[in-house]
Design a protein around this ligand. Structure first.
Ligand SMILES: CC(C)(COP(=O)(O)OP(=O)(O)OC[C@H]1O[C@@H](n2cnc3c(N)ncnc32)[C@H](O)[C@@H]1OP(=O)(O)O)[C@@H](O)C(=O)NCCC(=O)NCCS
Length: 172
């Protein structure tokens, strides 16, 4: 009798997550950012008018997160924008943070935010602010943001401003 060895499939490698940062709207990755915003804010949330490219995009830093498996090419799954104000203004702004629905709760949004916050910290910005959709408040709380002011609504979506102070450098 011939013995057949049962071969189990090779263990699948976890997808690798990468966050790229680029400035302005001339970069080849910019259309991917526009596409992701349109998918999440336009199609899912119905606010395509508000989420269209705006004048701040040209002088902001954009994050694009991709995931890649051994069997697939990189797929763009997440984005976010950091606008560092001109010298003399204290606050940087983060906006348009989005992860495709099918990629949520796998660390994509957190990775995008940490990349943008590291940029803000490196630029010496003392405070970062954002208009949080209230369903995402706990996401931002975990990243060091604190709610400020009273909640308000934009196009039926409850919001609240949140801010985060730059961490003090360790004095070792
Ligand atoms: C908010 C958003 C960007 C989060 O992206 P994500 O890739 O799912 O985030 P992460 O996987 O990095 O989440 C990190 C942690 O944040 C918290 N979190 C994320 N989404 C959450 C949600 N909807 N409700 C409660 N907690 C949430 C969780 O603690 C999560 O960790 P866990 O999955 O281990 O529990 C995503 O839900 C999204 O694109 N929503 C639609 C667009 C939007 O509302 N953007 C924010 C505009 S202010």
């Amino acid at each position: 009798m011939t013995a057949h060895r049962q071969s189990s499939p090779p263990p699948s490698e976890p997808p690798s997550l990468r966050v790229m940062l680029f400035a302005g709207t001339d970069h080849p990755l910019w259309p991917e950012v526009v596409r992701l915003r349109q998918r999440v804010f336009g199609e899912e949330q119905g606010i395509s008018e508000e989420s269209r490219p705006d004048p701040d995009d040209a002088h902001s830093i954009h994050a694009l997160a991709t995931i890649e498996t051994p069997d697939s090419s990189p797929q763009a799954v997440g984005t976010g924008r950091l606008t560092v104000r001109p010298a003399g203004q204290q606050e940087a702004l983060i906006a348009w943070v989005a992860t495709l629905p099918e990629a949520r709760r796998h660390g994509v949004g957190g990775a995008v935010m940490r990349a943008l916050l590291a940029e803000a910290d490196a630029a010496g910005t003392p405070r970062v602010a954002l208009a949080a959709q209230r369903h995402a408040e706990s996401f931002y709380l975990e990243l060091g943001f604190t709610p400020v002011g009273v909640p308000y609504t934009v196009r039926g979506i409850p919001h609240r401003w949140m801010t985060r102070q730059r961490p003090e450098p360790l004095d070792i």
